[in-house]
Design a protein. Sequence first.
Lengths: 255, 308
Amino acid sequence: MTALLAAEFRRMSSRHLVRILAGLALLGITIAGVIVAVRSSPQVGADPRFPLTMLPDILRGTSIPLILAGWLLGASFIGADWRAGTITTLLTWEPRRTRVIVAKLLACAASVFVLAIGLQVVLGGVLALDAAFRGTTEGVGAPWWRESSGVAARAATLASVASVIGFAVASIGRNTAAALGAGFAYLAVIENLVRGLRPAWQRWLFTDNAAVFISGGNVGFSFQRTMLQALVLLAAYAAALFTVSAMMFRSRDVN
Amino acid sequence: MAVIEVEGLRKEYRSRRGRTLALDGLDLVVPEGGVFGFLGPNGAGKTTTIRCLLGLVRPTAGRCRLLGADSPKDLATVIRRVGSIVETPTFFPRFSGRRNLELLGRLHGIGRKAVSEELERVGLAERADDLVKTYSLGMCQRLGIGAALLKDPALLVLDEPANGLDPAGIKEVRELLRRLGAEGRTIFVSSHILTEVQHTADRVAILSRGKSVASGPVGEVLAAGRSTGLTVRVDDEAGALEALRSAGIPASLDDHAIRVMLPPEEAATVTRTLADRGLYLTELRPDEVDLETVFLELTRETPKEASP
């Protein structure tokens, strides 16, 4: 299992899509850093001065692209295998299918988590430099550290959960497009229909629970749910989808 | 010892358009060592058999064993000793050939040195670091053979390994298979290039409509074939041709010899017909039976099964 996992980690880290998305993210962070530096006034009392205490809110905002990127990476990781037919080659080297799909999932989810943490650390570092030289670090203390690291960890966790869901749906549909299409249909159609027709079911929607989890509580939401409850629900969705995909993978003919 | 045992293997594919019977109670035994040719027309079930052996496809009924292990249940215990190619080998197109093999090799603790040696053996050393998407079909096939050999396998299962190769590549593969077979490995190779198999294989099985219709050493399978024509040489070729045709015997002139479309047991009819006209033979021999003749006879004669 270790060798299989190591091979899958290596494949994930070698993927062009991972490198492209990471490169785009770093470019975006650099541009954002420059814009903040230019717009922020270094003089005390001047307005606007970039306060580093905004970082948790910024990380909440950047969690959305991270979640979407996680979903895309998860879907394309297994989707590329089906598309290229490399699943066949892999199974002639490791026929234990459960091991194969679990190793792929672990490599994918862990890589997405690490990547999300890494990008948020870089973003935080760039903004810290902006605040130090062109803004203010006033109010930065232990509570700020706790909140910032908490939001970053939760965003990375959600990106990881999204990658599991994307992975599972792409595995069921045997291609990346299946996951992207299903995801779009869910977010654009199903969630809006539920909100419009069955508001009471809102508490079961992915985005609402993701928002509760990222916010750290359900302040401003129409339903009662703790951060932990939201996480458990989202993890249960991901686990259920993955279980279905793994069962199908075990029993399917690979042609 | 048998390295491949297949008993009553049956595979039925179901789709919206109905059911398709790919394998219909196939029995097959492949002994250890040498090259075993697995022949059959398109759709006969060769690739399905190989997929069942490798655990890629679940049989509807029957069982198969590879190196003594039930497939797919215990396949993992022997997979380290089984190299394979299934149809066109598939690799990650955006990784180099070397990286693809390294990723696979890592699963069984096979190092970079072995990967480099294998790439050298299949003639891909110079292009090893190029992306697979830039490879030709023949190069992908070579990479597939390299991947199959990377495990230093006791059993090689190759599905049409010469696909996409140029004549020089086909010759190389043929020599490689012979060499590997002579090393004591077992090579199970499916092919539609019958002459290649005839010159490479020690034993063959012929598959038609999901069933084995002949199996055994190449010589025995050839002996089961019937010659369908005679070659006749005579001094007066034009006169002989006219005499045969006027007696209602189908014949044609072919490179200073007359080809007569009669089975060998009717050779006496030819000698009598020509002798009656005062024409005496200098040579009369039945056509040689090759694998293609046997293959066509056997696959043509198999009655149609109710499939979909």
